[in-house]
Design a protein around this ligand. Structure first.
Ligand SMILES: C[S@@+](CC[C@H](N)C(=O)[O-])C[C@H]1O[C@@H](n2cnc3c(N)ncnc32)[C@H](O)[C@@H]1O
Length: 246
């Protein structure tokens, strides 16, 4: 079953404080997104607005966040009410996205890995493409389809584990367990290979599809050292991707 984020919204938000999130995930993702000054940006699967707020604070002119989870959107709206940035949040299913083609940039952190098959992946990519102006970019961070999840090492020292059991094939579930002090939570997403992603993106009208490995922030390197990060940098279970809508 796809993960229901409503009951784990607050814990998921807390997991964003883990050092690897800041020093690898956010550092690499924001670097790839680049300058957003004056741009209109849509964050699909925005969750509680972790990246949505950052993009607005970095100078985007208009920012919209959408997510399937009412619990996540409630958390995002609460933060917007507490510290108004002018972000609009909506509950929406990325499988049926129908927003006007008015965005310069669409971002998505961990959306495509919720597609259970090629048809769902295509539906997500179509909806994203429909929201973009011609020439607009899509930038995402996602579960890494180049990694063999059944044989992964332990990432416990970074505060999570990722695993898969049974046959490793299209649609196989990938389980993630996060450790936050004495609390844990689990999520599940799905495996589709690189070709499936490129096929869906191309069919949706995207070109210049480029995959990127993780980058480590200079602060993360200075604080923890290369040795600490080496496993995550060489066998990274998340990946980064950019493409352009024709
Ligand atoms: C791992 S969380 C990431 C949240 C946020 N992007 C972040 O990085 O903090 C994945 C999010 O995808 C959302 N999601 C999953 N399937 C979705 C769908 N079909 N449409 C919209 N959001 C979806 C979940 O509700 C959840 O908030």
């Amino acid at each position: 079953m796809p993960t229901n984020y409503d009951p784990i919204a607050a814990l998921y938000q807390l997991s964003k404080q883990q050092p690897w999130r800041r020093h690898i995930e956010a550092f690499s993702f924001l670097d790839l997104i680049g300058d957003v000054t004056g741009k209109s940006v849509l964050d699909v699967a925005c969750g509680e607005g972790f990246y949505t707020r950052m993009i607005r604070q970095r100078g985007a002119a208009k920012v919209t966040g959408v997510d399937l989870s009412a619990g996540m959107i409630e958390l995002a709206r609460k933060q917007e009410a507490d510290h108004q940035l002018g972000i609009e949040y909506q509950i929406a299913d990325a499988l049926k996205l129908s927003l006007p083609a008015e965005y310069d940039l669409v971002i998505a952190a961990y959306l495509l890995n919720y597609a259970r098959d090629r048809a769902e992946l295509r539906a997500m990519c179509d909806g994203i493409a429909r929201s973009l102006k011609p020439g607009g970019r899509f930038v995402t961070v996602n579960t890494n389809p180049a990694i063999d999840f059944p044989t992964l090492p332990s990432y416990r020292k970074y505060g999570f584990e990722a695993s898969a059991s049974g046959d490793w094939r299209e649609g196989s579930p990938i389980k993630w367990k996060f450790y936050l002090g004495d609390r844990t939570f689990e999520i599940e997403n799905y495996y589709l290979d690189i070709a499936a992603h490129e096929e869906a993106l191309t069919a949706a009208g995207f070109r210049n599809i480029r995959w990127h490995g993780p980058r480590l922030s200079p602060e993360g390197k200075a604080e923890y050292g290369d040795e600490f990060w080496s496993m995550l940098m060489t066998q990274c279970p998340v990946t980064f991707l950019e493409c352009t809508r024709m």
